[in-house]
Design a protein around this ligand. Structure first.
Ligand code: ADP
Length: 505
């Protein structure tokens, strides 16, 4: 294979040892459910195993929550809301959020290691996740006191529009950015004054459990509850629960549709942050070296396991050969290996299921005559054979309606299309069911703005990618979702307005 692993000996002997030692140091003491401020076993007493995708060794046994546990958690959350949390004013909540942020910061290294063990992401990227998790709490702590409502008066009435929290919300978290996605949801929910039942992904439950331990002394009992378990056993009952007033979900579009249907049973409000198949459009004026770096980060960051990943490349004919050559060279120079090492650029995928899923798309692309410019399989390297690795892959020559182009692969796979006519290119760029994000690379500001407006998606980067700043709303068009995260709009998703109309007659 073209990429290089950390040395073979290291992988065969030192990697499992390093992972075992790190796990011994950072696996949370409690891997049970966190309900009403207590760590408790699941109602059934059953557990499931979470695995380290680098070594395929067991990390921990985690409580396997089911409907009975969701019911207990929702009850505990309402109890906390009614007896304590609804009495916290915005200043009180601000202090709690800031304390959570400081606590996350103080445990950055440990949380990053935990995330790398559970998910397989490179430690440098896990560290960025943890820092931006803390920033979420700070951002919402900053805006919570501006949440002031409105008035409308005339000669006959005095109208007030106030906001109220929902009370208890359900939050379902994916496995690609476990703590960061939990923070994207917890921070606005708490800022708006809600209690929550959070269900982490079954592949990566450990950082949410560690966060529960860390905030146990900061947040009143029952305000944050964590129910670990599987989607159909613990996630679904949360979406159907009649006393859950709002569900926030991040995950696949297929499951998002199911969540929407289930929430409809009780007319429960929802926000959905779903899949993507985002285009990156390259104009002929680009600096090839800079564009190569951006494209590479757009698709290979987090091993391609990003909903906003730039996974379809539309490169202008004039620069295509040079740019694709540079991309292949860049991939050849990547270090694939132990994600606990700082030098590693690409770690394993999260699970063997996800590897199989990616390889199925690659097989389909091969059968359809796709030309693999690089990659296309598991790395041919004995040192990486225990882990869930897939080679960084570039494919050219697929029809745009091929399944590997239309569907989200969620792996390190980039499909390439050359263009010379802008209108035809943009038609293809928009010819997917998704609309989460897009990228435009050019120094021509007029072209950049035109393309940014023409791409049908909720978030467009010009000359950058993955740069998500609190304050700039993130969310999808089309089948990529409903609602916005990361911004003041998000608070609106966690509260409802009440109009009070006082007669002046
Ligand atoms: P992926 O396909 O990438 O694994 P999913 O959309 O299946 O992502 O999972 C995202 C989150 O949704 C996980 O926490 C998972 O347990 C949860 N989940 C899966 N199925 C359901 C469901 N039917 N109802 C509610 N949550 C679910």
């Amino acid at each position: 294979m073209s990429s290089q692993s950390n040395s073979a000996d290291d992988h065969l002997t030192e990697v499992p040892e390093r992972h075992r030692e790190t796990a011994d140091a950072v696996i949370p003491e409690h891997t049970s459910l966190y309900i009403g401020g207590e760590f408790i076993d699941s109602d059934s007493g059953e557990t499931f195993t979470t695995t380290d995708p680098t070594t395929n060794q067991k990390l921990a046994s985690v409580a396997r929550g089911t409907e009975a546990d969701v019911n207990r958690a929702v009850e505990a959350a309402w109890d906390a809301f009614d007896t304590e949390w609804s009495g916290y004013d915005s200043g009180d909540r601000q202090r709690v959020l800031l304390e959570i942020a400081d606590t996350i910061d103080a445990h950055t290294e440990e949380l990053a290691q935990l995330e790398t063990l559970d998910n397989g992401k490179p430690i440098t990227e896990a560290t960025i996740d943890i820092r931006s998790s803390a920033e979420q709490f700070r951002y919402f702590a900053g805006i919570v006191r501006e949440n002031s409502g409105e008035t409308m008066t005339d000669d006959t009435r005095y109208g007030q529009v106030i906001t109220e929290p929902y009370g208890v919300v359900g939050q379902i978290i994916p496995w690609n950015f476990p703590l960061m996605m939990a923070s994207w949801k917890l921070a606005p929910a708490l800022a708006a004054g809600n209690c929550t039942v959070l269900k982490p992904a079954e592949q990566t439950p450990l950082s949410a459990l560690r966060l529960a331990e860390l905030i146990d002394d900061i947040v009143p009992d029952g305000v944050v509850n964590v129910v670990t378990g599987f989607g159909d056993e613990a996630g679904e009952p949360l979406t159907r629960h009649p006393d859950v007033r709002k569900v926030a979900f991040t995950g696949s579009t297929a499951v998002g549709k199911q969540v929407m249907k289930n929430a409809a049973e009780n007319v429960t409000d929802i926000t959905l942050e779903l899949g993507g198949k985002s285009p990156i459009v390259i104009f002929p004026d680009v600096d090839v070296a800079k564009a190569t770096q951006l494209i590479s980060a757009a698709i290979f960051y987090n091993t391609g396991e990003c909903c906003e990943a730039g996974s379809r490349l539309f490169v202008h004919e004039d620069v295509a050969d040079g740019l694709l050559g540079a991309l292949v060279d860049g991939i050849d120079a990547m270090t694939i290996g132990d994600p606990l090492l700082e030098e590693t650029d690409l770690g394993p995928k999260v699970s063997t299921e996800q590897v199989d899923r990616t390889l199925e798309y690659l097989d389909a692309a091969r059968e359809a005559g796709g030309e693999f410019l690089v990659g296309g399989d598991r790395p041919d390297d004995a040192a990486l054979s225990d882990g869930c690795y897939v080679e960084p892959t570039l494919i050219e020559g697929l029809d745009h309606d091929h399944v590997a182009v239309q569907e989200e692969i969620f792996g390190p796979v980039l499909e390439v299309f050359r263009w010379d006519d802008y209108e035809t290119m943009m038609e293809l760029a928009n010819d997917v069911d998704y609309g989460l994000a897009g990228g435009v690379i050019t120094d021509d500001i007029t072209q950049a703005n035109r393309a940014a407006r023409d791409i049908q998606a909720g978030y467009i980067w010009i000359n950058s990618y993955h740069d998500l700043a609190p304050g700039l709303p993130f969310g999808g068009h089309k089948q990529s979702g409903i609602g916005r995260e990361l911004s003041a709009d998000t608070l609106d998703h966690y509260q409802q307005t009440k109009t009070i109309n006082l007669s002046l007659r």
